[in-house]
Design a protein around this ligand. Structure first.
Ligand SMILES: *Cc1c(COP(=O)(O)O)cnc(C)c1O
Length: 374
């Protein structure tokens, strides 16, 4: 098969095995999957279907539109929670699709109750409390006031959650402070919503220890191969590879400046390969003169500035006789060796941003689930 553009290969078996490994790790607790932002750029519906197939029953997305698309893709059974809550006017869409909003302020709770009482329907929801990240969530004092109000008992709360700010730094004191506040908040919540299950840990939170697992873990990044334990060996399997087509070879006859702003200079006899793909495709400009590729089994350095749609590699190390012809020549920029984590370090960012920056111009290919080894 010949392809003209970049090919992003997503290994659904590896994602499923990562989920199974996290499930085992949380023991008695359940394991959900966070598939927001198109499953961190990898394809929400194929990823979620694979995870549902291996036993995942709860999915978290960021927006109502994502949730509706996911409901269509997954059918009725799985629980779908919208982390970004519900903006005024969208309540009927949630109710109609049996989607649960995360409610993170007293106002949001009141609005959900008004909208769903009028409709006289069952309206399960998730309540989120702020335990120290100071992003979304009721403060403990707001929660205490609310649970003392008569309306509280009418709210059908299925999960009671909070989110960790520093889970990827196990020694950070905020991890234990947040756990303490969460436990205090959960005790308040249990007094009015005894059926609500506790959900606390993201990917890295799962590795902090059993106390952080609570009843439902919410991993995202680790499913997709991002290392949840930075600085330690990655316990997760790599999931993505990305190969970009070479569209021009160039053997330098003279020394020459290479790329925008002439930041690199190459010597006579050096051979360059230009691939189709640049910062518009998630090869962030930070990779300029820092990134690497794998070509014909060898590491090749990225030369000069990354441009919008094109990136230059020095392929001098590959003998001319081994150069595949244009049309069959690709340079890999992500694979099991050039991992998301390594590329993130070249970009001065985190694996999350590498994945979600990947862009829409790649052809996505999936390694299907097949029969998973247990
Ligand atoms: C994104 C998100 C997660 C998943 O976090 P990872 O670090 O990717 O595992 C879990 N919970 C909430 C509230 C989130 O916003």
């Amino acid at each position: 098969m010949s392809h003209h553009d970049g090919i992003l290969t997503v290994n659904l078996r590896a994602i499923a095995r990562n989920w199974l490994a996290l499930s085992r790790k949380v023991g008695e607790a359940q394991c959900a999957a966070v598939v927001k932002a198109n499953a961190y750029g990898l394809g929400m519906v194929p990823v979620a279907r694979s995870l549902a197939h291996v036993g995942c029953r709860t999915f978290f997305v960021a927006t109502v539109d994502e949730a509706i698309e996911l409901r269509e893709g997954l059918g009725e059974a799985p629980v779908i929670v919208v982390l970004g809550g519900v903006r005024p006017g969208r309540e009927p869409a949630l109710v109609a699709n049996a989607i649960w909003p995360s409610l993170f302020s007293v106002d949001a709770i009141a609005r959900w109750q008004r909208a769903t009482t009028v409709a006289d329907v069952s309206a399960p929801c998730v309540v989120k409390v702020n335990t120290g990240m100071t992003r979304l969530g009721l403060d403990l004092s707001e929660l205490a006031n609310y649970v003392a109000s008569p309306e509280a008992r009418q709210l059908d709360v299925r999960y009671f959650m909070s989110h960790l700010a520093c889970a990827d730094e196990p020694a950070h004191p905020l991890n234990r402070e947040q756990l303490g506040r969460y436990q205090e908040a959960a005790a308040l919540a249990a007094s009015v919503w005894p059926q609500a299950r506790r959900s606390f840990a993201n990917s890295s939170g799962i590795f902090l220890g059993a106390e952080w697992h609570q009843q439902l873990a919410r991993p995202g990044a680790a499913l997709y191969g991002v290392n949840p334990t930075p600085g330690q060996p990655n316990p997760m399997e790599p999931v993505v590879s990305l190969r970009l087509p070479i569209i021009q070879y160039r053997l330098l006859a003279d020394s020459a400046a290479v790329g925008y702003s002439a930041t690199a200079t190459c010597q006579p006899g050096q051979r360059l390969a230009v691939v189709l793909g640049g910062y518009a495709d998630g090869l962030q400009r930070q990779l300029s003169s820092r990134g690497e590729g794998v070509f014909a089994g060898r590491r090749v350095p990225l030369v000069g500035r990354v441009s919008m749609d094109a990136t230059i590699f020095d392929v001098s190390a590959i003998p001319e006789s081994e150069l595949p012809p244009i049309g069959a020549a690709y340079i890999e920029v992500l694979n099991s060796e050039l991992t998301v984590n390594l590329v993130a370090s070249h970009m001065n960012t985190i694996g999350y941003e590498v994945l979600t920056s990947l862009g829409n111009r790649y052809q996505r290919e999936y390694v299907e689930l097949g029969d998973l080894p247990s």
